[in-house]
Ligand binder design. Structure first.
Ligand SMILES: [Zn+2]
Length: 264
């Protein structure tokens, strides 16, 4: 990969702030690790599992994710994979204590994957699973969702267009085509993605898995796009309250009755 070759010859610069000397400086690493909690769209689209993220998709976190995903800074996979493992550990302890869990990376749209020349989310998921398995978590990597049909790149689409663009976009892979550890038909799926914005992608991936009989109680991302619409108690200066654990699904299910075309 040309990007990987460039990384070997150029001096390292922080993917979050650009300071010389490290792939990700100490301060930006702290920012990327964030504070795992229930985050994401509220209300979310129908079928969105309870969604945890390390922090907001802004500042150094956003720059590091873009550098990794779009600019070929694959050396950032290490610290970003560690951060993803951190969110997974906290979220799984709350939502699926005891496991076992199949960690399912959301696939990139085929065109986006080809343009980038790598599978950014799949790589982070693999690293996070390896870290967690070493720590004794009952997790396996299950590349159990694949795209089917045409899906346009989501980047410039709004919430309603994303939901329409993604309807029927994914399917559960037949077992023979799964990479990583085989799905053993036990436990539940935890979806992982780099960023959650409207939740449409995660909801569609969850739909595909549930259609194949797999439970999907949780989705985990590195970062969540900051909410633009504020609820009354947030405007009054109070922190939004999130019910943790299984009860946390109430937070995201409040909008379930909205038609699919009006998500986010
Ligand atoms: Zn930095």
């Amino acid at each position: 990969m040309f990007g990987e070759m460039l990384e070997m010859v150029l001096p390292a610069r922080c993917g979050g702030c650009g300071v010389a000397g490290a792939v990700l400086c100490e301060g930006c690493e702290v920012a990327v690790r964030g504070r795992p909690s229930v985050r994401g769209p509220d209300p979310g689209p129908l079928g969105l599992p309870v969604c945890w993220a390390a922090g907001e998709y802004a500042g150094p976190v956003r720059r590091a994710v873009i550098a990794y995903k779009e600019r070929g800074r694959v050396a950032l996979a290490g610290p970003l994979g560690d951060a993803l493992a951190g969110v997974l550990a906290v979220a799984m302890a709350e939502v699926v204590p005891g496991g076992p869990v199949g960690v399912v990376p959301v696939p990139s749209a085929p065109g986006a994957g080809r343009r980038r020349g790598h599978d950014p989310v799949g790589r982070l998921a693999a690293l996070a699973v390896r870290t967690l398995a070493r720590q004794g978590w009952p997790v396996t990597l299950a590349r159990a969702v694949e795209p089917c049909g045409h899906v346009a790149d989501q980047a410039r689409l709004g919430a309603a267009e994303r939901a329409v663009n993604l309807a029927g976009a994914f399917r559960a892979c037949p077992p023979a085509r799964r990479g990583g550890e085989p799905w053993r038909g036990e436990g539940v799926a935890v979806l992982v993605d780099d960023v959650v914005t409207t939740g449409a992608t995660l909801a569609e991936a969850a739909r595909a898995l549930r259609a194949a009989g797999v439970g999907v109680p949780l989705a985990v991302t590195l970062a969540a796009t900051p909410r633009t619409r504020q609820r009354p108690q947030e405007r009054a200066g109070e922190r939004p309250r999130h019910v943790r654990g299984r009860g946390g699904t109430e937070t995201t299910r409040r909008g379930d009755r909205k038609p699919a075309g009006h998500v986010g």
